[in-house]
Design a protein around this ligand. Structure first.
Ligand code: NAP
Length: 309
């Protein structure tokens, strides 16, 4: 791979490519939609609030008036919405070159999704597991398709406890613990999916990125407003703009040399900022039994099965 820094200038023309970005109305997802649209892709901005999605689209069209952006409803915390999205998408589009599983929430208080799944894992992992499985038919019809997941350095704090995976009724719940677990699940799912794709000889790769620490709306739930204001100057020292933070997921989705299962993050100090390079996950993300167990639980909870050929 090239030693020069990878930027959006490395993205070739995407004319004719069809790309879904989950959480495309805000932060990294918004930047991804903008980057893909600037290269003439047909981008599906998937969001849980259509008015926010439409505002984001209009904002992008101010600088890219010919951008092809289709706003579609997707609530990852509601499996019926995930199914509706996958059905509507496949009625409208016949190929899917990139599925960017970007949406996420962080450190929210204990809540459950519509289907009774702990909210951070339900949104960040189980919703994306279901979405990817339901979109497999169209991914299979597309040459060299890619699924890109978005993890975090916080996966290193994640611990899998299959006896109480979903913090039943809030038991032992901690906002950071659940976030870390969900981001570890993004990696475990990546390796499980890549193994599935290889086993079934499908022309699809699954890769993963993390954005370091990036200035987005993700931090809304950390501490009180007072604490956020107090810590903001220190925080700013370690944070990069969303336009930089998005580069690892963009590179994972684009770089023609990428191998299935590779993980990209920023090249700076402690992977907090910088240009996207290959990085290593924590060994906990490579735990073969946990990869398998998570796959099994994901199937059971979402009722989405990935067929073996
Ligand atoms: N920013 C960082 O430093 C950082 C670090 C590590 C990892 N990440 C990861 O980066 C990804 C993007 O986050 P961000 O930083 O760009 O944060 P953000 O600005 O808060 O964007 C998150 C996006 O996800 C959407 N979303 C949340 N719940 C959803 C649901 N149930 N269904 C559909 N969409 C939903 C949000 O929609 P609404 O606008 O409607 O809320 C928003 O569009 C996340 O996976 C996050 O874990 C970020």
């Amino acid at each position: 791979m090239s030693k020069t820094s990878w930027t959006t200038n490395n993205i070739p023309s995407l004319s004719g490519k069809i790309i879904i970005v989950t959480g495309g109305n805000s932060g990294l997802g918004y930047e991804a939609v903008k980057a893909y649209a600037s290269k003439n892709a047909q981008v599906i901005l998937a969001c849980r609030d259509l008015s926010k999605g439409e505002n984001a689209k209009q904002e992008i069209l101010k600088t890219l008036p010919n951008g092809l952006i289709d706003v579609m409803m997707l609530n990852l915390a509601d499996l019926s919405s995930v199914k509706d999205f996958a059905d509507s998408f496949q009625k409208k589009y016949k190929q899917l070159h990139i599925l960017l599983n970007n949406a996420g929430i962080m450190m929210t208080p204990y809540q459950q999704t519509v289907d009774g799944i702990e909210m951070q894992q339900g949104t960040n992992h189980f919703g994306h597991y279901a979405l990817t499985g339901l979109l497999l038919p169209v991914l299979k019809k597309t040459p060299a398709a890619r699924v890109v997941n978005v993890s975090s350095m916080a996966h290193k704090q994640g611990v899998m406890d299959f006896d109480n995976l979903l913090y039943s009724n809030g038991l032992s719940y901690s906002p950071l613990g659940a976030y870390g677990r969900s981001k570890l699940e993004n990696l475990l799912f990546t390796y499980g999916l890549q193994a599935y794709l290889e086993r079934n000889k499908l022309d699809i790769k699954c890769v993963v990125g993390h954005p370091g620490v990036s200035d987005t709306n993700l931090f809304a739930h950390i501490g009180s407003k007072f604490l956020q204001t107090l810590l903001s100057p220190i925080f700013k020292l370690f944070i990069q703009p969303a336009s930089m933070g998005v580069l690892p997921e963009l590179r994972a989705s684009m770089d023609e040399n990428v191998q299935g299962g590779e993980y990209f993050g920023p090249d700076g100090w402690r992977e907090m900022k910088g240009y996207p390079v290959l990085v290593q996950p924590n060994p906990s993300a490579l735990h073969k039994v946990h990869i398998q167990k998570l796959w099994q639980v994901s199937e059971e909870l979402t009722k989405v099965k990935y067929p073996e050929l």
